[in-house]
Design a binder for this molecule. Structure first.
Ligand code: TYM
Length: 344
């Protein structure tokens, strides 16, 4: 197997309502990885349209995700920030991967089942093929590390299966075209820390999501301090005080969720949070959590607002990132065409 240059790739869908789960599960980690890796952070607009999007809102939502990346501290000069649809090689490689991936593999995807619901016949073909496009996003740059929340784990496993099958199916051609064994790396998911799965504030059995009908279920990156404080105060809990050890959180999903959120925001562990707040009342902990959340999010929200007031600037960041991404993507796609047997 060839040694691959290490490269981080990840993406967020521009479907509105960016929330604390997106921040803690993904964006905050994107920021942390910048010192150690070359990173590419994509606004995956082609994924967004697997479910119909209002075109005017889509543009705003693309700018919102970009603003969140920049406001959180991603350096778009040093790394690459762009929107997916600008780089046509994502779709080109996705087609090849549609022909590598098996129906059976995609049929097992739990996210498709959840999103398509009971009316599968009426789901878009794009929604079904979504994971092959996701594999293409990563592999068109031969990405090796992918920071995501826990809900993307199955998609990442599928990306690895697709890379592996491509490498096997075309092994002779890969060698014949002068590439080392294993043209694509098997991308590694980075799913770490205390908040890989942030749950709804109203129901500890459901993950915090953009589409939950209750706005009280999520803290949005556009919420102001009052909204954050209200949502945390109203967050569902149980009547017991907080335990002093992690074991005491078993079966107490709402409490576990809030402790995980606190730990991720403070850059510490659930154990450390419990040793500070264990035995105390929930109201005291909730107040501290609200203060911390406002402290961390308010500067990001303010910077996002400032950036979003200048869409021209955001668009130029995306254009610049897209140009740099395309240079890399074209190189991979040229090699893929040779390997598959296309004439170019
Ligand atoms: P998306 O847009 O649904 O979510 C963006 C990121 O946020 C994480 N996330 C969460 N993390 C913790 N708790 C939650 N409640 C929560 N909700 C969302 C997601 O895990 C994700 O990391 N398919 C992807 C986008 C994508 C992608 C890629 C990611 C497309 N191509 C290539 C990585 C590499 C998605 O729908 O994410």
């Amino acid at each position: 197997m060839a040694a691959f240059e290490q490269r981080v790739f990840s993406g967020v869908q521009p479907t509105g309502n960016l929330h604390l789960g997106n921040y803690l599960g993904a964006i905050q980690k994107f920021v942390d990885l910048q010192d150690a890796y070359d990173c590419m952070y994509c606004v995956v607009d082609m994924h967004a349209i697997t479910v119909w999007q209002n075109p005017l809102e889509l543009k705003n939502n693309i700018r919102e995700v970009t603003a969140a990346y920049l406001a959180a501290g991603i350096d778009a000069k040093k790394h690459i920030v762009f929107n997916q649809s600008r780089v046509p090689q994502h779709a080109e490689l996705a087609w090849v991967f549609n022909c590598v991936a098996r129906m059976g593999w995609l049929n097992r995807m739990t996210q498709f089942k959840e999103k398509a619901g009971k009316d599968r016949e009426n789901a878009s073909v794009g929604l079904f093929a979504y994971p092959a496009l996701m594999a293409a996003d990563i592999l068109v740059y031969r990405g090796t590390h992918v920071p995501v929340g826990d809900d993307q784990k199955q998609h990442l496993e599928l990306s690895r299966d697709i890379a592996q099958k491509f490498n096997n199916d075309f092994s002779e051609s890969i060698a014949g075209n002068g590439h080392e064994d294993g043209f694509f790396p098997l991308p590694e998911p980075l799913i770490t820390g205390p908040a890989t799965r942030v749950m709804s504030l109203r129901d500890g059995s459901k993950k915090m999501s953009k589409s939950d009908p209750s706005d009280l279920s999520r803290i949005k990156l556009s919420d102001d301090a009052d909204q954050i404080a209200t949502k945390i105060r109203k967050a569902r809990t149980d009547p017991e005080p907080l335990p002093s050890e992690k074991k005491g959180l078993e079966g107490r999903r709402e409490a576990e969720n809030l402790v995980g959120i606190y730990a991720a925001l403070a850059g510490t562990s659930a154990e450390a949070v419990l040793s500070e707040f264990g035995g105390g009342q929930f109201s005291t902990f909730k107040q501290a959590l609200a203060d911390l959340c406002i402290d961390k999010l308010a500067p990001i929200t303010a910077e996002m607002r400032k950036l979003q007031a200048d869409p021209g600037h955001i668009d130029s960041v995306l254009a610049n990132g897209g140009d740099r991404a395309e240079v890399l993507a074209r190189k991979t796609m040229d090699a893929v065409k040779d390997i598959v047997g296309f004439i170019r």
